[in-house]
Design a binder for this molecule. Sequence first.
Ligand code: F6P
Length: 362
Amino acid sequence: MPEVQRMTLTQFLIEERRRFPTASGGFNGLILNVAMACKEIARAVAFGALGDRHGSAADGERGAINVQGEVQQKLDVLSNAAFVRVNEWAGYLAGMASEEMEAPYQIPERYPRGKYLLLFDPLDGSSNIDVNVSVGSIFSVLRAPQGADAVTEQDFLQPGTAQVAAGYALYGPTTMLVLTVGNGVNGFTLDPNLGEFFLTHPNLRVPADTHEFAINASNSRFWEAPVRQYITECLAGQSGPRGKDFNMRWIASMVAEAHRILMRGGVFMYPRDTKDPARPGRLRLLYEANPIAFLMEQAGGRASTGRQPLMSVAPAALHQRIGVIFGSRNEVERIERYHTDPADPELPNPLFNERSLFRVSA
Ligand code: F6P
């Protein structure tokens, strides 16, 4: 079989940098360090139970409950440590923030400080580890405000539109790195023999239309009316107001759902609901929602809270949660219309809702 000449991640970044002749190369170094952390995590995940890293971090490991009040898995702790260790020394960063760390991480004094901020969810979907379902790492790069000695929470509270780069690594049957540097979205597959990411999915585009949605339907009694209305219509299928059958998926690993949508379209919703008034949504704005929103929009899709574009939200706290809707553009826009314009004539006939599985109430 003839060898296919593929571009490595390093070559891709160097060629991207040629568009910016004054760039120092620091940004490329940062992305390569992130990729290195992801390779380390991929290997730890792939060893599974053989690596003695399954289960919660409760027994003797640092912190059993993270800042979100969630049980930390051993691999959460290990993945967070990998991100920190691989990224702290190089002089590209002014600080880091992670789902697994309550406060911003300061670059130790022995290392030079750089001009970027790195935010990450080191292991998204980690409740799936013990059942051998895909998990991933999500990251976002911001510019650090200039002048400060130590980073503060405030430095990280920038809207998604300020992101310089974002991406994720997916630890599935293959390990992939999917990246945007603000010039489209590209997917790289890890060659486990060479330990190198190769460009396999150039210029990813999310189809504008879809017949696939992803939502945790066990929360349906807590959904707000526009979401219930949308799902009711989808479930009604061909004989309903949408006139077509829909398919549903729920992996409970947002990074894997985002990947599916980048590959073939679809819509993902973890919307704001009434389950817990203290938690306006499940997912975290700065290191889960915003990076995925940046990828979606760079691939021609859309990302929203239902009420406003996700990346326009002004963050109020480092670990802020938010309602998240992303994917195929026409579908996300439809859901936005249901939030902002309930009088839309496309809304279903109330009689129809009487017969539906999930009733739409005012
Ligand atoms: O980070 C949170 C997360 O694991 C996401 O990856 C995923 O979409 C969601 O939680 C699953 O939540 P639930 O358990 O409510 O389905």
